[in-house]
Design a protein around this ligand. Structure first.
Ligand SMILES: NC(=O)c1ccc[n+]([C@@H]2O[C@H](COP(=O)([O-])OP(=O)(O)OC[C@H]3O[C@@H](n4cnc5c(N)ncnc54)[C@H](O)[C@@H]3O)[C@@H](O)[C@H]2O)c1
Length: 444
């Protein structure tokens, strides 16, 4: 067990709460479960789990026999008798999809009443899934208003998302992929750090909002992967291709497929392959009368990202734009379906004066379908292209970084402090223009 045994109250005895209660009591802590549902309180008080889950019956029964696990509906007493309260109440959808925080608000009011009467320091740890900003905007204000005390100064508030999956929840609790501890001030994490000092895997200490967001990014990505696999399987089956073999080969690539590759926010995809191939799959699906909404959404999503860049540039209300990067990615002169080219075309249409520089693009050298594409898309591209970076930026009010092939020194030499810099490629922090207060990323 990590550190000294503590008394822990767990609010909400559903899947997350029951697993949290059982696992912490199994580690030698005393746990008080709290739920408004008398049947769940009664279950724990008889040594029975409130949920069906592998291994949990034995854990609950063992902790109950050792007098380390009981339940109550008296929230105030639970707060007074514990050092820390884990909040695991439900956060369902309202009919319109909006997140319903009413259970969170209710439980925070109850915990606040306990805090009002408490002499020793207490920590409130939210485990329920709540949108970024909710702990700061809802949890803390309610706790403060009801208790009459101040978060940080008088009690700690932390956010600790749960990554367990039903069916393997106990194993996931014991071996989480990582543990994320969010707080306004790292000092608020002292007790939580101690409670988790046994976990294998990395422990990340971060802000409340990052901790809240990591949970949603994880779940959205899991949903995306399931939908993607199902759509690809559907298409493969209709094409008479063995889905299992395709999946086995596809997932064996841990460099590009099952990897962090392509998962950093940046600019739109382009080039001679991805748009064309996604288009071909969509067309084939249509021919087969298949509806594959995820696959259909990829190109519109990509166009929307280019539009976001256009809007960010136009929002500066400045019209002289220097664009660094013309090809679809650094290190190539391939302009076919380059989102940078689409961006420049849109800016020209909006009446902007655009100068362009790309280390790898020289009109004299490009030929074939590449040349044909650029001449059809922006016929006077030759008049916009500059050979020297400084010439592209000389008159620019806004500098758009659309290539990672530009060094910190080059930027430092050519940028002026009054220029707005819009970064589309998520330049490494060490390469971003130092001390440029007008720097903005497109989605970071
Ligand atoms: N189920 C999962 O696998 C899972 C995994 C990770 C995160 N989460 C998140 O954790 C949260 C809880 O999920 P769950 O599946 O355990 O929910 P659940 O519906 O199974 O349990 C919620 C419990 O909270 C109780 N409750 C509601 N208001 C209360 C109050 N004021 N005081 C005390 N108890 C109260 C309910 O009676 C219920 O027993 C949600 O935000 C969910 O999104 C769930």
């Amino acid at each position: 067990m990590g550190g000294a045994p503590h008394t822990i109250s767990v609010f909400g005895l559903g899947y997350v709460g029951c697993v949290t209660a059982a696992c912490f009591s199994n580690r030698g802590h005393t746990v008080i479960g709290v739920d408004m549902n008398p049947a769940k309180v009664e279950a724990l008080n008889s040594g029975r789990s409130t949920i069906i889950e592998a291994q949990i019956d034995d854990l609950v029964a063992g902790a109950y026999r050792a007098c380390r696990l009981h339940a109550t509906s008296d929230a105030t007493r639970a707060v007074l008798e514990s050092d820390v309260s884990f909040v695991c109440v439900g956060t369902p959808s309202r009919p319109n999809g909006r997140l319903d925080l009413s259970h969170i608000e209710h439980v925070c009011r109850e915990i606040g009443q306990g805090l009002a009467r408490k002499r020793s320091r207490h920590a409130v740890v939210i485990r329920s899934t709540i949108l970024p900003g909710s702990t700061r905007a809802v949890v803390i204000p309610v706790l403060q208003a009801v208790s009459g005390k101040r978060a940080g100064a008088d009690f700690a508030v932390c956010y600790n998302p749960e990554f367990m999956r039903e069916g393997t929840a106990i194993a996931d609790f014991r071996e989480p992929p990582y543990t994320v501890l969010g707080a306004q001030d790292p000092a608020d994490l002292t007790l939580l750090r101690e409670l988790y000092d046994w976990v294998p895997g990395k422990v990340y200490e971060t802000s409340l909002e990052v901790a809240e967001m990591v949970k949603y990014v994880s779940n959205a990505f899991h949903a995306l992967k399931v939908a993607f696999a199902n759509e690809m399987g559907t298409l493969a089956k209709q094409l008479g291709v063995d889905t299992d073999v395709v999946t086995r080969i596809f997932t064996s690539d841990t460099r590009l497929n099952i990897s962090p590759a392509y998962l950093s926010p940046g600019f739109a995809f382009g080039g001679s392959c991805l748009p064309k191939d996604v288009r071909a799959l969509n067309y084939k699906a249509k021919e087969l009368d298949l509806r594959l909404p995820l696959l259909e959404s990829l190109l519109p999503s990509n166009s929307q990202h280019i539009e976001r860049a256009v809007e960010a540039i136009l929002a500066t209300k400045k019209r002289r734009i220097g664009v660094l990067g013309l090809s679809f990615k650094a290190g190539t002169d391939d302009l076919r379906e380059s989102p940078q080219v689409q961006l420049i075309k849109r800016l020209l249409g909006e009446g902007c004066e655009v100068r362009v520089w790309d280390r790898y693009v020289s009109l004299g050298r490009i030929a074939g379908s590449n040349r044909q594409f650029i001449e059809e898309t922006i016929p006077h591209i030759g008049q916009l292209l500059e050979n020297r970076l400084e010439d592209a930026l000389a008159r620019a009010e806004v500098v758009v970084i659309g290539t990672s092939s530009v060094s910190r020194d080059e930027l430092a030499r050519c940028l002026r402090p009054e220029q707005t810099v819009i970064d589309l490629v998520n330049l490494d922090k060490s390469r971003r223009p130092a001390a440029n207060e007008h720097y903005q990323g497109i989605c970071w």
